[in-house]
Design a protein around this ligand. Sequence first.
Ligand code: PAF
Length: 271
Amino acid sequence: VLDRGDQLRKELDAARLGGATIGLVPTMGSLHKGHASLVRRSAAECGLTAVTVFVNPLQFGAGEDPARYPRNLDHDIEVAEAVGADVVFAPPVAEMYPGGRPATTVHVAGVDTMEAASRPGHFDGVATVVTKLCNLAGPCRAYFGEKDWQQLQVVRRLIEDLSFPVEVIAGPTVREADGLACSSRNALLSPAERAAAPVLYRALTRGAGEDDPADIRARMVAVVAEEPLVTLDYAELVAGAHGGWRALVAARIGAVRLIDNMEVSNRCADA
Ligand code: PAF
C-alpha cells in the first residue's frame, strides 16, 4: 500500500521499464463487486494493476459531505488484493492537495445536464483528480465503470482532448440479484430504503425495447413514482449505441442519491 505520489510513480515506472503494461483502477474505496470486476479485468489484461483509493473532496458539491462517504481501507486492500491488484495507492488529502483546494482545476466544457446540472462542480472535481492520477501513473490502461456513464464520457473527452497516454476501458455495470447497480452508496441505505432502491433498475427495464424517447421517459417516471421512498431527480435519454437510446436515471432515497443507466433500445439507424 502506497500513500505518496512519488512512490506510485516510481513503482509504475519501474514496472513499465520491465515491460509491464500498467492497469489503473481509480476508485473512492468501499470496493464492491463492480470495482472487483474492473480490477479482475485489469489484472487479466495488464502486467501490473494499481487500484487507487481516494475520496476526492473536490468532486463533492455544496450540501454533499465527503466525511459521510463510506470508508474502509482495510476492507479495500483485502478485496483489491484478492482480485489481483498489485498496488493500492491510498493517499491522504494533504498528499493530493497539499495547499488545500488547488489553483489549477480541469473543466470539460459542454457537459451541463443531468449529473452536471444536479451537482455543480462535480465533474471539474472528477476531471481534476483523474488528471492527477493519470499524471502520477503515466502511460496506462485506465478502467472505469459504465454505471457512472456521464463520468465515463467526461473522462474519455479529457483523455482525448489533452492527449494523455491513457487508454480508457469501460466495464459493464455489475448488479445485485434484484437489479440494483452496485455502488458504494448502497451501504448507506436503511433496510427499507435498500428494499426500495431497485425501482431505478425497474424503471430502466420498463423502458427497454421501446423506440419513442418520450414514451420511454414517461414509463420511467411512472415506475419511480410508484415507490414512495424514492424521489426522482431526473430520467433522461441520450443517444446510445447503433442509433438506439441509453436511459439515465437519478433519484434520492432518504439522504442517499443513486444513479443508474442502461441501453434501452436497439433500434439501428441504418436498419
Ligand atoms: O468513480 C469514482 O469512484 C470517482 O469519481 C473517481 C473516478 C475515482 C474519481 O474520484
